[in-house]
Design a protein around this ligand. Structure first.
Ligand code: MG
Length: 383
């Protein structure tokens, strides 16, 4: 389903404590805003508008570095005005296209919440994720007598909230108060629209108070998945004086033949990383038919794969490479290879392994026709 989205990131968020507004603060290695932007881009949003203050332009661009597919517009004096500014920036999209309105302060936006409200919008004027109130509700001043309130049919409203854009704009135009609406569903409700509740997600918590960040840091670990990829490569031996293996040049009486520097270790490892993030293989990114890669040093292939991991908010966990050949002896060069790989990958040495084996004279590696390499890479990315 085609949909657009508005993220409201114009607030100063004073309740979250002094210093930087909460949407720009670091949460488990990336800015709070970036979490939900990545989720919406991964969900296939057609146009994403981030409503921010003009003086936050620099920090906004820093926060979303390497991400494309978003645009920004200036916020208003209130949340309601900011939302309307965001909707106005979607004027080039179909008027009745579903639009999600999301608070930047809810970083853990999962695909299920997005799909849930979009699906529910087919039968309603608005759809919001909601959690049933589980605690007993009390009313009264702290030092006065309390009364207990019924909690039946009470919901904690979350975002993203889904509407048809023309319907939401018309509801805002008709809003008469009292006061400011605290969410968009309220505006549609007052205009007579039917808003329905889809299953909310406790992970969609809103970061409001300083202590919320500590809990969110712990939750951040639970929003990541571990992925594994494997790679294999082989090159033929030919006349030469040295060979490149795992980014290290080794003096040898032969060399490996290939379009680039034929570093089978780096090629297998590059494919393993690409495999872990579902990004095809090395040939997709650096076609052997392209003359610019002739004789190229393969560390750039590996660096590119690492960059693709980082672009999607991921981190490398560890890698393990096995070189398969009778000659040259790998052991004297293993430490240098691990160090070189650790440098390219930005990993500590104990997360980088290089091993070697022969095939006891069997097969093409045993007969000395070529060298083979295999690799495994483990990557963590947002779920
Ligand atoms: Mg190769």
């Amino acid at each position: 389903m085609n949909f657009s989205a508005v993220i409201v990131a114009a607030g100063s968020g004073t309740r979250a404590g002094p210093g930087q507004a909460k949407q720009w603060r670091d949460l488990a290695g990336k800015p709070v805003l970036r979490w939900s932007v990545e989720s919406l881009l991964n969900a296939g949003v057609k146009k994403l508008v981030i409503v921010a203050n003009p003086d936050a332009r620099g920090v906004l661009e820093d926060s979303l570095r390497d991400l494309s597919g978003w645009t920004t517009t200036c916020g208003g004096a209130t949340r309601a005005l900011s939302v309307q500014a965001g909707l106005a920036a979607l004027a080039d999209r179909p008027a009745d296209e579903p639009v999600l309105v999301h608070d930047a302060a809810r970083p853990f936006l999962g695909a299920a919440a997005i799909e849930g409200v979009l699906r529910a919008l087919a039968d309603a004027d608005g759809a919001i994720p909601g959690l049933p109130v589980a605690d007993t509700l009390k009313s009264g001043a702290v030092d006065a007598g309390l009364v207990t309130k019924p909690r039946d049919n009470l919901w904690r409203a979350q975002t993203p909230q889904a509407f048809r854009r023309d319907r939401l704009l018309a509801a805002y135009a008709a809003w008469t108060g009292p006061g400011e609406p605290t969410d968009d569903a309220q505006v549609v409700e007052q205009a007579g629209g039917r808003v329905i509740v889809t299953p909310g997600d406790p992970m969609l918590m809103k970061l409001t108070y300083p202590e919320d960040f500590a809990m969110a840091e712990r939750l951040a670990g639970a929003t990541r998945v571990t992925r594994m990829g494997q790679g294999f490569d082989a090159h033929r031996w030919g006349p030469g004086e040295s060979v490149w293996l795992c980014g290290v040049e080794i003096t040898h009486d032969q060399t490996l033949i290939g379009h680039s520097d034929a570093d089978a270790g780096l090629h297998a490892l590059t494919d393993a990383i690409l495999g872990a993030i579902g990004e095809g293989d090395i040939g997709d990114h650096f076609p052997p038919t392209d003359p610019q890669w002739k004789g190229a040093s393969s560390d750039r292939f590996l660096s590119h794969a690492v960059e693709l991991v980082h672009r999607r908010g991921g981190t490398l966990v560890n890698v393990d490479v096995t070189l398969i050949c009778e000659r040259p002896k790998i052991k004297p060069h293993r430490a240098a290879m691990r160090e070189r790989l650790a440098t390219i990958l930005g990993l500590p040495l104990d997360r980088v392994s290089v091993k070697a084996t022969t095939t006891e004279g069997m097969g093409f590696t045993g007969r000395g026709e070529g060298l083979a390499a295999q690799a495994i890479a483990v990557v963590e990315t947002p779920a």
